[in-house]
Design a protein around this ligand. Sequence first.
Ligand SMILES: [Zn+2]
Length: 359
Amino acid sequence: MYATGAVGQTHYGASVNRDMIEEGFIDDYMMPNLTAYNETCANLCNAMFSFRMLGIHGEAKYADIIELVMHNSGLSGISIEGKDYFYANPLRMLHGVRDYDAHADVTETPDREGYLACFCCPPNLVRTISNLSGWAYSLTDNGVHVNLYGSNNLATTMLDGSAIKLSQDTDYPWKGLVKLTVDECKSGAFDIALRVPGWSTGATITVNGKDAGVTATPATYAVLNREWQVGDVIVIDIPMETTFIEGHPRIEEVRNQVAVKRGPVVYCIESPDLPEGTNILDVYIDGEEPLKAQSQPEFLGGLTTIEAKLLLRENKGDAMYRNVRKPKWQELSTQLVPYYAWSNRGTAEMTVFMPVVWR
Ligand SMILES: [Zn+2]
């Protein structure tokens, strides 16, 4: 699985039986960025599969994957306007290196398109977004598990037939403060369990302003059991830290590279935020400079960008190999945008992982 929750590394490949296959799952840790296939449908399927695994095992790690896909490699399949679609969702885009018209059924495109010849991803994505509310909560023997965060109202019946209503208020994923209010519930104790994301550190939980007395261990559900009253307010506060992430050392394609992630959202750099004509392969990131989150409610439908310092390297031509000395860097302070939001400002090059320079 990619850092974006995407799956299915290659368009063409071979199975372990050496049969030619499409949408290949190839060798362990072989994770190309530029040529990654990552069909929107496959990424959504990763979320669907995880929801079923969550239903069997009740483990928070599966809800973490649903969240990862739906904020990144699932959502990247559709434009901000909602009219254009990606079939493939690579983690890097470089123009002029692939012949996208070589095959009549080509499904890898440099820009989102309004019509895809193989038209499975658009309806799959829109039905999954419309169905996503059905994954937000799960019912347990005597309780409700909160799987996904986002403002909503829950009105359902618990497994014993009693009515329950909750309202959830939050600016998640841009802010990690989530407020849940009990609007209707049965008498007698029952569980309200909150997912503590696996990526989080230092989350806190209060009930009616007082410490809830549970440990918010990452990648678990924090179970609150009590006799709930209408008007009770539960707050989980999950710090939204901006961090670098790196891949396992066996992923050769991201050796000495990092990606930027804030909460569940993976970021990228794309052409509109670089000097004109910059080759995306010449973009490095300064590992010593702070990453600063910036709320931008009017930009690309409302999101949070990350201010970062990048280092641009002059490219020295097309030779397969060449001598190298310590490069001179052109410094650039610019913004990173969420991966899902890329390719909404014209034809762009993009990369999630960047070589990092620790100076
Ligand atoms: Zn599809």
